[in-house]
Ligand binder design. Structure first.
Ligand SMILES: [Ca+2]
Ligand SMILES: [Ca+2]
Ligand SMILES: [Ca+2]
Ligand SMILES: [Ca+2]
Length: 180
């Protein structure tokens, strides 16, 4: 059974992906995410940049989220999400690896210039294009950039996700998707 701390963090993640705040993560939220990124980045709907990004974010729904839709109504409630995380956790011998995959898949969406590093601006875009709490993002970014080189590398990112999915209440990675 996942702990209360982990439930709290998974709830933060869920609410961030429920961009239209109707209580469900569903395909429309991924449309909103693509549209928000496109607006921030100045891409026209229908342009190849837009289509690539849209395909990328929709694949996160199709590859991962749809599996959490237990009652098959094409949307995932918070209860369904927590239940499916719990089931995966138990099935994987108390490992959070299965939840980390869809989070890890976000890296390529965030890393817009494809240099395998998340810059401050890219991090800010992540929080705002999704429905995460972006307040204090500069301060959070400094903490997340563990080696202080001005970027969150892919290696740092994967380590932070492990922390986000883990039991240490003091871990830096807990802040990855904003203050909660
Ligand atoms: Ca929604
Ligand atoms: Ca459902
Ligand atoms: Ca980058
Ligand atoms: Ca770094």
């Amino acid at each position: 059974m996942v702990s209360e701390l982990i439930k709290k963090k998974l709830t933060v993640f869920f609410r961030g992906l429920d961009v239209d705040k109707n209580g469900f993560v569903e395909p429309e939220d991924f449309d909103h995410i693509a549209n928000n990124f496109a607006r921030i980045r100045g891409w026209e709907p229908g342009s190849s940049d837009y289509e690539n990004l849209h395909n990328q974010v929709i694949s996160i729904w199709e590859n991962y989220w749809i599996n959490a839709d237990i009652n098959q109504d094409n949307k995932v409630s918070l209860d369904e999400y927590l239940e499916s995380c719990n089931q995966q956790f138990v099935a994987d011998n108390n490992s959070s690896a299965a939840w980390e995959q869809p989070m890890a898949a976000l890296f390529d969406v965030i890393d817009i210039n494809g240099n395998e590093q998340i810059a401050l601006e890219e991090y800010k875009q992540l929080l705002t294009a999704f429905g995460f709490n972006a307040s204090g993002y500069e301060e959070i970014f400094q903490k997340l950039d563990v080696n202080g080189d001005g970027y969150i590398s892919k290696q740092e990112y994967l380590q932070l996700l492990k922390e986000f999915c883990g039991e240490n209440p003091e871990a830096t990675g807990n802040l990855f998707f904003g203050y909660y």
